[in-house]
Design a protein around this ligand. Sequence first.
Ligand SMILES: [Zn+2]
Length: 625
Amino acid sequence: MQRPLLRIILGFTAAAMLAAAVFFIARKPDNAVFPGISGPEASTTVSRNVPVEWKQYDHAAPGAMAILLTNPDSSWLGLAHGLKTIGVPFRITTDVKTALQHKVVMVYPTISGKVLNRESLQALAAFPREGGTLIGFDVAGGGLEPVFGFSETGSDRSRMALHIDTNQAVTAEFTDPRERIIPLNGSKRSGDDMGVVSYSQPRFPPLATYDNGAAAILHRAVGKGHAYAIGLDIGFFLLKGYNNRQQGIARSYVNDFEPALDVLLRLLRNIYRQGEPDAVTLGTVPQAKSLSVILTHDIDYTESVRNALVYAQHEKQSGISATHFIQTKYIRDWNDDVFFKPELVDTIDRIAALGMEIASHSVSHSRVFSKFELGSGREQYPQYQPFVRDAEHTENGTVLGELRVSRFLLGHLTKGGDPVSFRPGHLQNPFSLPQALEASGFRYSSSVTANTALTHLPFRLAYGRETKAQTAIYEFPITIEDEHKPKLGDRLPQALAVADRVSRYGGLYVVLIHPNVLDHKLDFQKRLVAALKNRAWFGSLRDFGAWWTARDQITWQVQYEGRRRTLLLESPQPISDLVLQLPKHYRLVKTTPETVTTPSAGSSLLISKITGPLKLEFETAGAAP
Ligand SMILES: [Zn+2]
C-alpha cells in the first residue's frame, strides 16, 4: 500500500502528464480557426525529372538564328531559355546543312575535329566568307583558327571577370560600368569555379578580354560576313544564374544593378541583328514602355494585414494592380500568433476587390523551408501542422504542404481566386521548388533576388534547379526590398537610379514592401509610383506572368519575295500590347487580320492585340537579298 504522500506525488505526476498531453493535443485547436473546412481533396503528383529533347526547339523558321548543337549533353537549355527571354528567334539542329540555310549560325558548345567532320568544318569555315555570321563557342581545333583570327586555344579555371571593349558596333550600348565588366567567378575559390577558354595571338582587338588580358571574345569581319569566337560557355553561365547557383559571382545581393546575363543576351541579340537583315525580335516590356514594374507585398505578420489594405488603396487610386503575398498562418509558433483568421479573410477580400492579386507566402514561413522534404502531395488543412520551433527547426513541414495548403486556403476562403504566384519566406529556395510549384497549380515564382540571379529579366525555371529538364514555371526576381539599411524611405534616389539602369534595356523591376508599417514605406511607394508612372508598365505578377508566358510561346518567321517581306506570327495564347523590334528598312503595308499597330521607339511596332495567327506585310527600302 502506498503512503498518502507518495500517492499525492504520483497523483500530481499523473495530472501533470495528462496536462502535458492535453497541451500537445491543444496545439490542434488553432485549426478550429476555420471549423468544418478541410482540403485540398485531390492529391498532388510531381512529374518525373525527364530531360527535355533539343528537338522541341527545332522549329524551321526562315530568318531565325540557327544553333548547331555539337554536343546534346551540354547547357543548351540555358541558351534556349535565355534567347527566349531576350526575344531572339532560333532553331536548334544537329545538321550542318540545315544550320547553314540560316544567315546567323551559332555552333554550341564546341567546334572541333572531334564533333564535326572535315566536310562540315570546311562548310563552316567558308560561311563568313559567303556573307554569313558564324558564332563559335570553345573553338578547340578543327583548323578554324584562321577563320576567327587566333592562333591557339587555352583553358583556364581561375578567371574572375570579362572586360568588354565598347568600341565595336555590337558592344557600343554597354556604357554602364557594370555592363563593361562581367564577373565570372566568386572571390572564394572552389572546385565548382567556371572554366573558360582563351584565344591566343588575336589578329584583331578582342571584343572582350579576361581579367588577365587574354582574349575572351573575338570578332573578325570578313566582307559582309562575320566570325565570332566566344570563350565563355554562355549556356552554362545562364543556368548558373537561372538556377540560383551563382556562388558569390554577383556583385551585390539586392537593391543594386547586376546585369551579367543580360549583357551576354543583348550581345547575342546584337550579333543576330547585325548578321540577319530580316531580324525581328520581341520586346520585353508591354505597351512599348521601358520598364516593367511589379509592386509586391509580403504579409507575414499580424500587424501587416490591415496596413496592406492601405497600400492596396493607394495602388487602386494610382490605377495599378499589385501582388499581395499572404502567409496563411493558422498555427501559433515561435514566429508569431495565428493571424489567418476569418477577420483577415474579410480584409483580403477587400484587397482583392480593389483589383489586387492574392498570392501565397507559404503556411509556416520557415527559415529552413529550403531544407524541407518534398512531402507526400496529400497534405491537407487542418491535419497539416508545420510548427516553427525556432530559427533552425521546423517540425512537420513539407514543400508540397506549404504550397498545397496555402493555395487551398486562399483559393477556398477568399475572393481572390486560386493563387498562381508564390514567394517563400526569407527567399528560402528548395531545389524541388520549380517542379513542386508546377505540380500544385502555381505558375509564377518570385523567390530569388535579381542580383543573385545575375539578371533583370524574367526566366523559365529548370527542374530541380538543374540543367536538363524544364518546368512551366517562370521566375520574376526581386529588384528592390525594404529590410536592408538605410530605411526604405531614405533610399528612393538609389532605387530610382537602379530603375534607370534596368530600363535602358527593358528590364523587370520587382519591388518588395512589407506592410508592417505605413509611414516611410508607404511614402516611398507613393513617390516611386509618381516618378515611374509615365515610362513604366505597372501590374501584378499574375498580369505580367500571363503576358510573359504568352510571349514565350509565340513563334514567328519572315518570308521574302522581292522587296516584300511577310512576317507570319503565331501566338497560341491571346496577347496584348506586344512590341516587335523590326529592321530599320521595313515599312508596314498591311496586317491580317486587321490589328491596331503603333510605331514606337527605334523601328519598333506596338501591336495592340494578337489572337492566333497574324500576318504582317512590309515593303523594304533596301535591296532584295
Ligand atoms: Zn515574408
